[in-house]
Design a binder for this molecule. Structure first.
Ligand code: BG6
Length: 480
């Protein structure tokens, strides 16, 4: 007897901008990611003014799913996926973002992809915006600093909800809407919201203005979606990196409590439909003027989400009497005083490996919000070696196995309502933060390197066969 309900959805997760390619095909406009160069370990991705001939932009080809979707979906079916989380590239539908009429060729592309998935018994789970708003909205409007962009987003949502209302049930509005709370790294505000900071900006104030416009856009989309198909399940999507106190020192406890607001601010509004007291107090104390319009309270109240989709990769730790060193190896999650957790290991990219933290995350989120949860990203970015056309990725299997065990415990022992699990980058794709191919998450290998060399041939890794069994047994057989 499986510990998970039979309705549990096993799948894989991807995002248009990181795997589709075809960046200028089918009438698509440029998006914010199309002007981001490849980075690498220790080398940041550059945001260029336009596409420059002598620079390399890894997302332009991605893994060329645009031309190979049938072959890839056949592999997903063979793996046993029951659902596929992906996103719609906004600039395929509205190349500039502010047109009144959509681009039919872009709409047709997603009809083809969704039909192919459905024919293969794979349910599409769709994020409306995953790091690829039209570049024109970023450059000409200032991205989500500008309230008009919320209206353009609502029109985009309306068009795709209408078009795919019989093909898609599960939607999410903005991917990792909260990762832009880390204003120390300019790529987050840019990719989430099309915003660049100026020298005289107060980054925090800009962030909350952007946040308000995006929360309005998300709520408008929910309202529109429900009026088109009341059976839609529309979720928010957050990056959830739990913040632990370093010790039981009361000051560490309070430090963690306050830092956690960075994680909860967006879902607090998206689930409850109103701003939390701590945010209002902070605006008042800091004198932030957040452009609130008449009727916004109502929009937020009426546009609450049905579930929370979240990514889980790692946890972090804060200590009240320390300052994070900029050049250390830990990923600080935008926190000025995070320290290494002495009890856990980290990946090659410095991400803390903490399976128990997933059970903790599921409990915290479920107790706080009491809505169903969906793990829509989790995975292990690592360097893979191909030997005789095989990839023995025992490290990835181990990571996924431990995290699935933790998720099962949260359902079975703690009573969390969990919809499903879609590991990130089910097939190798371009990494978001570093723009590399070398940081691989896939259970299917793609022959392509950081500089764009390779045949793009697909190969099944050991984890492919392992996950096949996990799905077949609804999580009962996780291997040795
Ligand atoms: C999340 C994003 O931040 O983490 C994905 O939603 C991203 O788009 C994933 O790819 C993993 O990050 P990275 O930088 O290792 O690709």
């Amino acid at each position: 007897m499986s510990k998970l309900p039979t309705s549990f959805m096993w799948g894989g997760a991807l995002a248009a901008n990181q795997f589709e390619g075809g960046y200028d095909q089918g009438g698509k406009g440029l998006s914010v990611i199309d002007v981001m160069t490849g980075g690498a370990h220790g080398k940041a991705r550059e945001i260029t003014a336009s596409v420059e001939a002598d620079k390399y932009y890894p997302n332009h080809v991605g893994i060329d799913f645009y031309h190979r979707y049938k072959e890839d979906i056949a592999l997903f079916k063979e793996m046993g996926l029951q659902c596929l989380r992906t996103s719609i590239a906004w600039a395929r539908i509205f190349p500039n973002g502010d047109e009144l009429e959509p681009n039919e060729e872009g709409l047709q592309f997603y009809d083809n992809v969704f039909d192919e998935l459905i024919q293969n018994n794979i349910e599409p789970i769709i994020t409306l915006s995953h790091f690829e708003m039209p570049l024109h909205l970023a450059r000409e409007y200032g991205g989500f600093r500008n309230r008009k962009v919320a209206d353009h987003f609502a029109r985009f949502a309306q068009v795709v909800f209408e078009r795919y209302k019989d093909k898609v049930t599960y939607w999410m509005t903005f991917n990792e809407i909260n990762n832009q709370m880390d204003t120390s790294n300019p790529i987050f505000l840019w990719t989430n919201s099309g915003v660049s900071l100026n020298d005289n900006d107060n980054p925090e104030e800009v962030l909350y203005q952007v946040a308000h416009n995006e929360l309005i856009a998300s709520a408008l989309a929910v309202k529109i979606g429900k009026s088109i198909n009341p059976n839609f399940k529309i979720g928010g999507m957050i990056s959830y990196v739990p913040i632990y106190p370093y010790s039981c020192h009361p000051k560490d406890m309070m430090e963690a409590q306050i830092a956690n607001r960075l994680r909860y601010f967006f879902p607090d509004v998206q689930v409850r439909g109103y701003y939390p007291g701590y945010a209002k107090k902070m605006f008042e104390q800091k004198g932030y003027q957040i452009g609130w319009q008449d009727g916004d309270d109502e929009i937020l109240r009426e546009g609450t989400v049905d579930y929370i989709g979240f990514s889980y990769y790692m946890s972090t730790v804060v200590k009240h009497d320390t300052e994070t060193l900029v050049d250390n190896n830990i990923v600080n999650g935008g926190l000025p005083n995070s320290v290494e957790n002495p009890h856990i290991e980290t990946s090659d990219w410095g991400w803390a490996i903490d399976p128990e933290g997933l059970r903790y995350a599921l409990n915290v989120l479920y107790e706080r919000y009491q809505v169903p949860l969906f793990i829509v990203e989790n995975g292990f970015g690592a360097i893979d070696k191909v030997e005789n056309n095989q990839i023995h990725d025992a490290y990835r299997i181990e990571y996924l196995k431990q995290h699935i065990e933790a998720a099962i415990d949260a359902v079975d022992k703690d009573g969390v309502d969990l919809i499903g699990y879609t590991p990130w980058g089910i097939i190798d794709i371009v990494s978001f933060t570093t723009g590399e191919m070398k940081k691989r998450y896939g259970l299917i290998y793609v022959d392509r390197d950081n500089d764009g060399n390779g045949t793009l041939e697909r190969l099944k890794k050991d984890s492919f066969y392992w996950y096949q069994k996990v799905i077949e047994t609804n999580g009962e057989n996780l291997g040795e």
